[in-house]
Design a protein around this ligand. Structure first.
Ligand code: NAI
Length: 329
């Protein structure tokens, strides 16, 4: 039996947490021969609810779940972590401006970045889900002194999955037949789901779906507004599909990407595609056989796509400027 790996999860008593933990503990993420420790991190007021979740985990008697820590202490929570999944954040409330939200959450991610650097394994990978996830991730990464920047990621996989599902429905195929779907930029309403490079059964989407007006209009808008549509229908934000996307991201970063394909996740730009270095932007990523990853370079960006990418990057720059006090020089 392998040694257990440790997965630290913030916001573990929340809705996404509830949909995440049991799948990790069951072995469906890291494999049927990989024991796991779960370090569940919550704010003090949520610890009683978290205790209930721990009771349920106990009641599953998962063979692969070795140890559970439930805590509000960041040092204890991130100790020896192999993965840090930062899900917890403060939701936007009525009357709250975006910059207020950035400021409140920014302070959370400063402390969490520092605690990861001080307590997790030096190889720990961090995935930020809590919104605004790109900028929260930028703050965590910037405060995690000593950890490589390429171990920090913000989630845009839910957007990728949503886009694949929309394209598949339009083309009358299964979503698994849609590949090479990249989300560019911010996990927000400015994101650009790139249909130009996406493929259906290996053919360009633009050949399979000839309705360019739909692709440029309704398709993009549907993906961008999908979160709001779910809140309207369900009366609560997407949790199960968000948890699923977080686990898809972890798996996509842990296993080699299929030849010729890529996946979407926000990473710290090194200037690829003209995106300013240091911006936490979603791009096409390929995971290599040795577990490292690279940006898929050399895609030709047409004028339509460039306009969309510029808009979402401009928003990320605004977000970065709004939290500049939380980013050490
Ligand atoms: P939720 O409100 O059900 O749960 C959030 C949990 O985080 C709560 O239990 C809360 O006590 C905890 N929390 C708050 N501050 C914390 C801190 N400083 N440390 C540890 N825990 C803390 O929310 P839900 O539905 O689970 O969503 C979590 C986040 O994920 C939200 O920010 C949401 O906007 C975001 N999200 C991101 C998506 C993406 O694609 N990147 C998709 C869907 C949601």
């Amino acid at each position: 039996m392998k040694d257990p790996i440790t997965i630290s999860i913030t916001g573990a008593a929340g809705n996404i947490g509830y949909a995440l933990l049991f799948r990790i503990a069951s072995g469906s993420v890291f494999g049927a021969d990989q024991p796991v420790n779960l370090h569940l991190i919550e704010i003090e007021p949520a610890l009683p609810a978290l205790q209930g979740v721990v009771m349920e985990l106990d009641d599953c008697a998962f063979p692969l779940l070795k140890n559970i820590v439930a805590t509000a202490d960041l040092a204890e929570g991130f100790k020896n972590a192999d993965w840090a999944l930062l899900v917890g954040s403060v939701p936007r409330k009525a009357g709250m401006e975006r910059n207020d939200l950035l400021g409140i959450n920014g302070k959370i991610f400063t402390g969490q970045g520092q605690a990861i650097a001080a307590n997790a394994k030096p190889t720990c990978k961090t995935l930020v889900v809590g919104n605004p996830c790109n900028t929260n991730c930028l703050i965590a990464m910037s405060n995690a002194t000593g950890l490589p920047k390429n171990q920090f990621f913000a989630m845009t996989r839910l957007d990728e999955n949503r886009a694949k599902s929309q394209l598949a429905a339009k083309a009358g195929v299964h979503s698994s037949q849609v590949t090479n779907l990249c989300i560019w930029g911010n996990h927000s309403a400015t994101q650009y789901p790139d249909f130009v490079h996406a493929k259906i059964d290996g053919k360009p989407v633009t050949e399979v779906i000839s309705d360019r007006e739909w692709l440029e209009g309704e398709f993009i808008a549907t993906v961008q507004q999908r979160g709001a549509a779910i809140i309207k229908a369900r009366g609560a934000s997407s949790a199960a599909s968000a948890a699923n996307a977080a686990l898809d991201t972890v798996m996509a970063l842990s296993t080699p990407t299929a030849e010729g394909d890529w996946h979407s996740v926000a990473i710290c730009s090194n200037g690829e595609y003209g995106i300013e270095p240091g911006i936490m932007a979603s791009m096409p990523i390929r995971t290599k056989a040795d577990g490292s990853w690279e940006v898929v370079e050399g895609l030709e960006i047409d004028d339509f796509s460039q306009g969309k990418i510029d808009a979402t990057i401009a928003e990320l720059k605004e977000e970065r400027d709004a939290v500049k006090d939380l980013i050490p020089g």
